[in-house]
Design a protein around this ligand. Sequence first.
Ligand SMILES: *Cc1c(COP(=O)(O)O)cnc(C)c1O
Length: 453
Amino acid sequence: MTDPANRNAALAARDLKHIWHPCTQMHDHETVPLLPIVRGEGAWLIDAEGKRYLDGISSWWTNLFGHANPRIAAALSEQARALEHVIFAGFTHPPAIELAEQLVSITPPGLDKVFFADNGSAAIEVALKMSFHYWLNQGHGEKTRFIALTGSYHGETLGALSVSDVALYRKTYAPLLLTPILAPSPDAYEGEPGETPAQVAARRLTELRALLERHAHETCAVIVEPLVQCAGGMRMYHPDYLAGLRRLCDEFAVHFIADEIAVGFGRTGTLFACEQAAISPDFMCLSKGLTGGTLPLAAVLTTRHVYDAFYAEYSAGKAFLHSHSYTGNPLACSTALATLAIFRDEPVLERNRALAAHLARRLEPLRTHPHVAEVRQTGMIAAVELVEDKASRRPFAAGDRRGLRVYLHGLEHGALLRPLGNVIYFMPPYVVSEAEIDHLVAVAVAGIGRAVT
Ligand SMILES: *Cc1c(COP(=O)(O)O)cnc(C)c1O
């Protein structure tokens, strides 16, 4: 038997012998602890020695209704006894049918067709290929490019990475990637002094128009993360940009791809972020919260109009060609159905509004902190931008790894905070309580104090 006081270290040592972790310089684990989690309970993660960590980032933005959620677990277990998986070409099953019906009914109007995939990046690949193939089927094979925003993140497979602009992930692999046309992000933080978020959005739309005038003929689609560019540092922008983008896409005959993988399912205050601009995109990508954070699953919703461009005699060769072995997995679909049932049965968005307001009140004092340039929030996403110099907003050098200090302080004090560079953010599961938010913010504030000195 392992000494109970050494269970974490024993499991970590076994892990490090064989496992290569994502988004990690493995050498860091010579000094940064690798934490074995054995249980989850509500917003909490519990390690092998019984220590509890409040999951302030919803385990990479996936969890909505708490870890080991009993209702989702019951649905999963029931489905596992009935049917765990079946090939999704030529075959179908009730959970996928039911889920497609529900997704069509809750997403913005016009999104009537659902293509399943099994993770966020795969959903982006599907949307990019579908958009390109739509134009090809319409006799516009010259449309081969995509417009993405600066600071965007759409995943890390080669296609998804191609339309991403976070240097950390992209730079190394750039020689392998498609070259997107980058449009300046409407990110309000990057606005001119005194400019309102709506004014930044308007200015960026003018710049996008100029890009479309030059490139629309070769462009399949514009892809954006609606309202919040998450991996790019939780940068936020005004909904006017989405409304303007919808008009420009129509005017210039390019598709609008909304990547709601991180912001969908209530994160920004509405069920989908696009609702805040009252628009429907041509493609909407969903994943992460879709299963409440239980299993990998993704869906790409599109219009009947797009679908019809592929619908023809077999001999016309117009069919969409994309398949993943686990497409529409019944277990994953059952957890998504349980997640949507919670949205129906409980006042989730209303509760989130109260929680978001509480979080905002607790973060308010940080606005005057000498190393905080901005505290920003959209619904259940809040972020604190640390800088070396408040007046000029000069950032701390990335190599200082200030965020890592906040992360380590958090682990010591029972909170999982995982800053993105100099951005400390809060994206807790919706089951978090006000007292738990207080804990999270208190730990973050102390961690920031340690990180900036
Ligand atoms: C996480 C994320 C993805 C990629 O999803 P994975 O399941 O991690 O591949 C794509 N787009 C956005 C906006 C994301 O936040």
